[in-house]
Design a binder for this molecule. Structure first.
Ligand code: F6P
Length: 740
């Protein structure tokens, strides 16, 4: 309001002054118009009066002429009329005729200054016209008009003009104030949104045009402040998809982000009903997929689906997710022999059992390793083909690509290669049995950053390098320098997206409980345990079933009242150890069920088939207990998914001590899966746990998973990469320069 007054009052004053200043102009204009009118009028009267006057003059009757003139001045504006006859000094005139006018002084035409007289009566206008009498003598008719009405009219006009300016000024001022208020409000709102970060988190240039310069300055300022004040590892941030996106757009703006993994995030399969899209059962995919949605980069993976070739373009690319494309999937094709040697052979019969302490012997064949090398090279070709710059950020995933970081480094020396090893890293003695141990280590040390889930695995890696390679291992910085190139080795515990996308699509806990029990043919109040895994010997499914069997022996009250449902996604079916394992798991489930032929519900239900993420979340929500009994596991995301699914803060997690997740979730009931008695006791405790205790344990675990989510996992790695890239011009990282 005050602002408006501050604007309106000066505007009104200016307009008033302007109106006032323009008055002389208005007067002059009026004067000119009226004088012209009077001239015309005089001519008109003279023309009209000429004929009767000519006759009257010929009568020489002053009285009749006067009478005629007196009739003429009935007109209110015609003040006086006079007639100058040749040779006469005084005019024959009405009594109003001003004495100042003398016939002897009149001559035609009149000058402009002679047409107006100032008399005691007021301003008068003088019009003189020639009138020819019947005897052809020339006489002068003098018409005197009263001009005081001009004064009155001018006065009125002045008033109107003044009022007009004031009214117009007021309207203009009010309109200007209203428009200014609206624009100001919009501007302030936009500015506030920018300051709240809404505009900043959207892509640059999304603010309204007027605010764009401010938006640009703010982004620059925030970037500078962040650079100065952020903890370099990003540990103080609450990571969200938006923050990850903003970090990428801010810290790594314009950089290529390329992910490489064996497993693809979307598999196109041919079914009798046409082509269907499947989400693979893979912790790696669960974690990386939401990250890629935020990054909008390129994901290079093996195209393994039966309809994969039909769904790519000429460059083997397809935009995904199919329902709302956000990034590009580039498929790499393998022959059946290559897949057998690289994937089933070297990766899953060699490295997988080598790195997992699950008492399955690794098998190493040189032909498998040759395929492994060939396939790694093919993926290196794809990375080079997909990068738009010579310094992309490449996120290499897992044990399928131990040779790839070095191959990328050789071909794109300026690339930032972040390799994440999703499985455990064994101790040096265990690793040393691999015939190609040095090649694998050399390949991995082509990375700029090498990540593991736990500090224990980082330590094992450094010990292994120290034992097997001629290199410099720095245990203070956790770096390895090989042939002048430096690799940072860090712990980045992987996680899941928060909140999980599935939760928005599925029903509440009560409905899920009802639905799942109906699907399984169980009574509505049946207590339910769940296990969700790939059918992999490292997952401890046999140990889990043994624990359920032991529970029913030790606590028979649960017979018929408790059922354990195991979802086991078929996996790596070309490998004997996996096929044998699947048979043993099925046999054990049957054997335990057969122990209780009279039970109202079976102790174990085995569903050995793939389940999509939404269905998995429904099982998590329906369960009283989730049992994760891995014999050895890098992290295990099923444990975190169970916690994320329980927004009712109920349910108990029984978790293997040998899964990386147990380091982050000590509020679970942590067990040794090899100890059936301990696991049975934990299951009994879980089934008997009061709701309040369930709530307090679940609440803490949910807080941890929410904060340590997958955006943080990716964000911290990418921030480390950003710092590395920022410092590399000074030789601080990537090479051994600057280190001593
Ligand atoms: O545990 C390592 C891992 O790559 C996981 O990230 C993933 O869940 C699993 O193996 C996938 O296995 P595969 O791709 O062979 O089915």
């Amino acid at each position: 309001m005050r602002l408006s007054l501050r604007f309106v009052i000066p505007l009104l004053l200016v307009l008033t002054a302007f109106a006032w200043g323009s008055m002389p102009l208005v007067d002059a204009l009026m004067q000119r118009w009226f004088v012209r009118d009077l001239e015309i009028r005089s001519t008109l009267i003279a023309n009209t009066a000429e004929e009767p006057l000519a006759e009257l003059i010929s009568t020489r009757s002053t009285t009749r002429i006067n009478a005629y003139f007196n009739r003429l001045i009935q007109d209110e504006r015609l003040y006086a009329v006079g007639l100058c006859l040749p040779g006469r000094l005084d005019a024959i005139a009405t009594f109003t005729f001003p004495s100042e006018i003398r016939c002897a002084q009149l001559k035609l035409p009149l000058g402009a200054d002679e047409r107006q007289l100032q008399t005691a009566h007021g301003p008068l206008h003088l019009g003189v016209r020639e009138v020819t009498a019947a005897d052809a003598t020339k006489n002068l008719l003098v018409l005197v008009h009263d001009m005081s009405f001009v004064e009155r009219r001018s006065e009125e006009t002045r008033r109107y003009v003044f009022m007009f300016f004031v009214a117009m000024g007021t309207i203009v001022a009010l309109m200007t104030v209203a428009i200014a208020q609206l624009s100001w409000r919009g501007w302030v709102q936009g500015l506030r949104a920018l300051l709240r970060g809404e505009g900043i988190l959207r892509p640059a240039g999304s603010a309204t045009p007027e605010l764009r310069p401010i938006e640009r300055d703010l982004r620059e300022l925030i970037r500078d402040l962040e650079r100065q004040y952020r903890p370099l590892d990003g540990s103080q941030r609450l990571w969200t998809q938006d923050l990850l996106r903003a970090t990428l757009h801010g810290e790594l703006r314009g950089h290529d982000v390329i992910v490489v993994s064996n497993r693809e995030p979307f598999i196109h399969v041919r079914t009798p009903d046409g082509i269907r899209v499947q989400n693979p059962a893979s912790g790696l995919v669960t974690a990386l997929e939401p990250v890629m949605r935020a990054c909008s980069g390129t994901w290079i993976a093996h195209g393994s689906g039966s309809a994969d070739r039909e769904t790519v373009d000429a460059n083997d690319r397809v935009d995904v997710p199919p329902e709302k494309p956000a990034y590009r999937l580039r498929r790499v094709w393998l022959t059946a022999d290559e897949e057998k040697g690289y994937y089933s052979g070297f990766a899953n019969e060699g490295i997988w059992p080598l790195c997992h302490n699950a008492h399955v012997r690794p098998t190493f064949r040189s032909s498998d390793f040759e395929h492994y090398r060939t396939v790694n090279r093919r993926f290196a070709d794809a990375v080079v083909a997909e990068s738009r710059t010579d310094d992309p950020i490449v996120l290499v995933q897992d044990y399928h690509f131990a040779l790839l970081p070095r191959m990328i480094r050789d071909r794109l020396p300026k690339a930032t290669v972040i390799t994440f090893w999703h499985i455990p890293w064994p101790n040096p003695e265990a690793f040393a049995i691999c015939p190609w141990r040095r090649e694998l280590l050399d390949g991995l040390l082509g990375s700029s950053i090498l990540g593991f889930h736990t500090q224990f695995h980082c330590n094992n890696f450094l010990d292994t390098v120290d034992r097997l390679l001629e290199s410099r291992v720095d245990r203070e910085d956790f770096t390895v320098t090989l042939r002048g190139q430096c690799t940072q080795v860090h712990r980045y515990p992987i996680s899941i997206e928060w909140p999980p996308a599935s939760l928005a699509r599925i029903a509440d806990v009560a409905s899920c409980r009802r639905k799942v029990r109906e699907q399984l043919g169980l009574p509505p109040r049946q207590r339910l345990g769940v296990g969700i895994d790939r059918l992999d010997y490292t997952k401890g499914i046999i140990e889990r079933f043994n624990a359920v069997g032991r529970l029913l022996e030790v606590e028979p009250r649960w017979i018929g009242k408790f059922t354990f449902v195991q979802i086991a996604a078929p996996t790596r079916g070309m490998i004997d150890d996996y096929r044998d394992y699947a048979v043993r798991v099925k046999a054990l489930a049957d054997e335990i069920n057969a122990r209780y032929p009279d039970a109202k519900a079976p102790p174990i239900i085995l569903l050995a088939e793939h389940h999509e993420p939404d269905a998995v979340y429904e099982y998590h929500r329906a369960a009283d207990v989730c049992f994760v009994s891995s014999l050895h596991d890098g992290m295990n995301l099923v444990a975190k998914e169970f916690v994320a699914a329980r927004d009712d803060e109920q349910g108990v997690l029984v978790l293997s001590h040998f899964a990386g997740a147990s380091r982050e979730l000590p509020e679970a009931l942590v067990v040794n899966p090899y100890d059936a008695d301990e696991c049975a006791a934990a299951l009994h405790r879980a089934l008997s746990m009061p709701p309040a205790e369930q709530t307090s344990r679940m609440r803490i675990m949910r807080g941890i998973v929410r904060e340590f989510n997958v955006y943080r996992w990716a964000g911290r790695m990418l921030l480390d990469a950003a710092v590395m890239r920022e410092r590399s011009p000074f030789g601080a990282t990537g090479t051994a320069q600057g280190k001593f």
